[in-house]
Design a protein around this ligand. Structure first.
Ligand code: TUI
Length: 308
């Protein structure tokens, strides 16, 4: 069964929980366009998460969910808020949500942890996850080691729950490839950055549109939190500092606020412009509905063309 049938939505597509970008308003726009919109709690505090949930409820009567970034210092409180607010769909990222699973399942939440390894996928299945999102290193933002091509089939073989593919998916060909790897659908982020509804600064969208295939770089490998961003002055200096042996504290000081600077101020030179490796494919800013429609219609064409 494909993800759209499983979730009873139009398209088998979940929106990534992009930090500081995926507001209640944006999640509602994605849900109204036929995907599963998610509020990204990564850059929020408990109060703003609640406000964003309420905003999304006002703006859509479709299903939507929340993405909880497990490194957020307020995550314990946020784990309660999603229950209190009656959230029905939840994804998690950047960690192991084991300790919250029982509570979420008791509340009837459909839980889809993002995993970057077979081990975590199996653990999540045992803990009661309804599906897992296997996210490859092609993704933007915080990433794991394995590619989507290597990770997805290994996770599919290891668990009996549905697997959603993420990382490197922005076209019908890539969505069809995800199905071929055994996934029931996809989580996409970067291709939605370049949507009209996406609330990032126009300069951020322009930087993604301008990016070529090799224009992303991974910062934070040495510090243990690898983050894929577009190459710019900030990224080059960060990686240089890392190689020179800067302390974690120094690196943190340097990146502090850098994502917000890119997202809200459009500072694409000293800001952190998170984007996946598919940035090079994206050539224009379009409505979310058009992006999702084309992605899915093209995947069907590709599957048909491969049918013999
Ligand atoms: O979480 C993401 N992507 C993100 S979070 C984020 S906010 C941030 N900003 C700066 C530094 C760090 C984070 C931006 N992008 N994707 C989901 C994801 N989860 N990718 C990889 C993982 C992951 C990796 C290891 C999940 C679990 C894991 O192991 C946990 C364990 O304990 O086994």
């Amino acid at each position: 069964m494909r993800l759209n049938e499983l979730l009873e939505i139009k398209y088998p597509i979940i929106q990534g929980g992009m930090a500081n970008i995926a507001t209640g308003e944006f999640a509602a726009a994605v849900s109204n366009a036929g995907g599963l919109g998610l509020i990204g709690a990564a850059g929020m505090n408990p109060e703003s998460l609640r406000e964003n949930i309420r905003r999304a409820k006002e703006l859509t009567d479709k299903k939507f969910g929340v993405n909880l970034m497990l490194m957020n210092p307020h995550v314990d409180e946020m784990a309660e808020i999603v229950v209190e607010e009656g959230i029905k769909y939840l994804t998690t990222g950047a960690g192991n949500p084991n300790k919250y699973m029982a509570k979420w399942k008791e509340a009837g939440i459909f839980v889809m942890p993002v995993v970057a390894s077979v081990a975590l996928a199996k653990l999540m299945e045992r803990a009661g996850a309804d599906a897992v999102i296997a996210e490859g290193t092609e993704s933007g933002g915080h990433i794991g080691e394995l590619t989507t091509m290597a990770l997805v089939p290994q996770v599919v073989d290891a668990v009996n729950i549905p697997v959603i593919a993420a990382g490197g998916i922005a076209s019908g060909r890539q969505l069809a490839a995800a199905y071929a790897l055994g996934a029931v659908g996809a989580q996409v982020g970067t291709c939605l950055l370049v949507s009209e509804e996406c609330p990032v600064h126009e300069a951020y969208k322009a930087a993604v549109v301008k990016a070529k295939d090799i224009d992303t770089i991974v910062t934070g490998r040495i510090a243990g939190t690898p983050v894929r961003i577009l190459k710019n002055k900030m990224a080059r200096e960060y990686v240089k500092k890392e190689k020179e042996g800067a302390t974690l504290m120094e690196l943190e000081q340097y990146t502090l606020g850098s994502l917000r600077r890119a997202v809200f101020e459009g500072d694409v030179q000293t800001g952190s412009v998170m984007a996946g490796q598919v940035a090079g494919q994206l050539k224009e800013v379009r409505p979310v509905a058009e992006i999702l429609e084309e992605l899915c219609a093209d995947s069907v064409k590709v599957l048909k063309s491969l049918g013999e």
